[in-house]
Design a protein around this ligand. Structure first.
Ligand code: IDP
Ligand code: MG
Length: 142
């Protein structure tokens, strides 16, 4: 296994439910160490840019509206196999399909308001971390 970095976002519903601390604690327990953290209230343009790959999907407008309705917590997480590990801890996109104990099974209220984002590949992780963090805002722990 290799040390990787991945991007995590605690979405507006997670912030509203006051589970920022629980989610970060879980990542730390699972070996996913936050090496960059900031809170941001995305503009429409920033949310559209982040989710540009979904531009043609029917839910794109609603997704952007949801992601901009309040602040989010963006994190660079580091650890062994971090991209896949984060996806495992998050659970399936639709919380009805998410394994018991995953973050989405625990906290998500629906397929859209699903509490957390996680990069889906190492390549996209690098792109997504750069979208939110400059090099001097990330503190690799190795
Ligand atoms: P992922 O977050 O598990 O990688 P994606 O397919 O990349 O899932 O979708 C990005 C986000 O778009 C999801 O996390 C969710 O918030 C939203 N989304 C995905 N599918 C639907 C849908 O069918 N209806 C509404 N929102 C959706
Ligand atoms: Mg995705």
């Amino acid at each position: 296994m290799a040390i990787e970095q991945t991007l995590s976002i605690i979405k507006p519903d997670g912030v509203e439910k006051n589970v920022i601390g629980k989610i970060i604690a879980r990542f730390e327990e699972e070996g996913l160490t936050p090496v960059g953290i900031r809170m941001v209230h995305l503009s429409q343009q920033e949310a559209e840019g982040f989710y540009a790959v979904h531009r043609e999907r029917p839910f794109f407008g609603e997704l952007v509206e949801f992601m901009t309705r309040g602040p989010v917590v963006v994190m660079a997480l580091e650890g062994d196999n971090a991209v896949a590990k984060n996806r495992e801890v998050m659970g399936a996109t639709n919380p009805d399909d998410a394994d018991e104990g995953t973050l989405r099974a625990l906290y998500a209220s629906g397929i859209e308001e699903n509490t957390v984002h996680g990069s889906d590949s190492l390549e996209n992780a690098a792109i997504e971390i750069k979208y939110f963090f400059s090099d001097i805002q990330v503190f690799p722990r190795g």
